[in-house]
Design a protein around this ligand. Structure first.
Ligand code: 13P
Length: 339
C-alpha cells in the first residue's frame, strides 16, 4: 500500500476551500433526472450535460475532485479530450463510483446491501490507469420500525471495509459512504443513534480489514429528523448534533469528512456546512462537501431549457453553488451572498 500517495490525494481532495462534486449518478439515476427536466436520456445527452458542467471556468478553486460513473470516465469533452484527462489537467482528481448498486438484502424485506466486490481489484487497476485517484461506495441504511437490522448494519459495514482495502491496495483513496436516509417519521435523536451505530460498525470493520485511516475519507449524512416528522430540527441543531455524533464516532486521524446532500435544498446544504465550520470546536478533520444534487439541481434544470444561452447559464449556476460551498468550508458564507 502506497500510504504516502493515499494521504497526499486525500489531503488534496479536502484542501482549504475545496470539496468534491458527485457527478457519479448511475445511468439509471441520471436518465431519470434528465427525463424529469424533459431531456431524452441517452449516452450522448448524459455526456453532453456533464461535459458542459465540467468545462465551467475556475471551479477548480472550489472542487478538488469529481466522482464519475463508469460510462463517464470512458467519455470525452466536446473537444475530444478524455474527461479524466481534462480534470487532471486542471488539478482536479478524477474519482470513480465502484459499487454496482444497493440490492435487496436477503431475509430482510425493505433493507439493502450494496454489491460490487466481485472483480473490484481488476476494475480498480483499470480505473487507476485511466487517471482515477479516488473511489466511492455507497451503503444505504433505512430507518423504520425494526430497521436497520443488525444484519443490514454489519453486512454493509463489512462490504465498505473490504471495498476500502482493495481501493487502498490499488492506490485509490476510498470514500466510505454509509448513508442513513432522511425518509421516515423518526425524530432527529433516532437518526443520531442509528448514525452512531453505523459509524461504529463501519470503523470497527475498517480496523479489522487493516484500512489506513489517514488515506480515507468519510461521506456521511447529517443528523436530521425524518422528512415526514413534524418536529424538524433547526439548522443550528442539525449542525450541533452532526458534529457531536461525528466527534464521538469517527477516528480523529481521518483527514476529511465530505457530506452528502441527500435531498436537502441547495441553501440548506450550504448553510449546515457553514454552521459546522463556524462552531467553536476544534474538529480534528476537514469538514467539507461531496454534493450531487445540491451542486447540480439548478444547473441541470437550466441546461435542459435549451436555447442559445442555457449552456453558459448552467455553468454559471454551478460555479455559483461551488463558490458558496467553498466559502462554507471556512464558515464565511452568508445568505446575502446568494443574491
Ligand atoms: P447527493 O448530494 O445528491 O445526496 O449525492 C451525493 C452522492 O454521491 C450520493 O451517493
Amino acid at each position: 500500500m502506497d500510504t504516502e500517495l493515499l494521504e497526499r490525494t486525500a489531503s488534496e481532495l479536502v484542501a482549504p476551500g475545496k470539496g468534491i462534486l458527485a457527478a457519479d449518478e448511475s445511468n439509471g439515476t441520471m436518465s431519470k433526472r434528465l427525463a424529469a427536466v424533459g431531456v431524452d436520456p441517452s449516452s450522448e445527452t448524459r455526456r453532453s450535460y456533464r461535459a458542459n458542467l465540467l468545462s465551467t471556468d475556475g471551479y477548480e478553486s472550489a472542487v478538488g475532485g469529481v466522482i464519475l460513473f463508469d460510462e463517464t470516465i470512458r467519455q470525452s469533452m466536446d473537444d475530444g479530450t478524455p474527461i479524466a484527462e481534462a480534470l487532471s489537467s486542471r488539478g482536479i482528481h478524477p474519482g470513480i463510483k465502484v459499487d454496482t448498486g444497493a440490492k435487496e438484502l436477503a431475509n430482510h424485506p425493505g433493507e439493502k446491501i450494496t454489491e460490487g466486490l466481485d472483480g473490484l481489484r481488476e476494475r480498480c487497476v483499470e480505473y487507476f490507469k485511466m487517471g482515477a485517484r479516488f473511489a466511492k461506495w455507497r451503503a444505504v441504511i433505512r430507518i423504520d420500525e425494526g430497521m436497520p437490522s443488525a444484519a443490514c448494519v454489519s453486512t454493509n459495514a463489512h462490504a465498505l471495509a473490504r471495498y476500502a482495502a482493495i481501493c487502498q491496495e490499488q492506490g485509490l483513496v476510498p470514500i466510505i459512504e454509509p448513508e442513513v436516509l432522511m425518509d421516515g417519521t423518526h425524530q432527529a435523536q433516532r437518526c443520531y443513534d442509528v448514525t452512531a451505530e453505523v459509524l461504529g460498525a463501519t470503523f470497527a470493520a475498517c480496523a479489522e480489514q487493516g484500512i489506513h485511516i489517514p488515506g480515507t475519507l468519510l461521506k456521511p449524512n447529517m443528523i436530521f429528523a425524518g422528512n415526514d416528522c413534524p418536529d424538524q430540527a433547526s439548522r443550528e441543531e442539525v449542525a450541533r448534533l452532526t458534529v457531536d455524533c461525528l466527534t464521538n464516532h469517527v477516528p480523529h486521524d481521518l483527514p476529511g469528512i465530505v457530506f452528502l446532500s441527500g435531498g436537502q435544498s441547495d441553501e440548506d446544504a450550504t448553510a449546515h456546512l457553514n454552521l459546522m465550520n463556524q462552531m467553536d470546536v476544534n474538529h480534528p478533520w476537514q469538514l467539507s462537501y461531496s454534493y450531487g444534487r445540491a451542486l447540480q439541481a439548478h444547473a441541470l434544470r437550466t441546461w435542459a431549457e435549451g436555447g442559445a444561452d442555457s449552456a453558459a447559464a448552467s455553468r454559471s449556476m454551478f460555479a455559483h453553488r461551488a463558490s458558496m460551498n467553498s466559502l462554507a468550508r471556512s464558515g464565511d458564507w452568508s445568505l446575502d451572498l446568494e443574491a
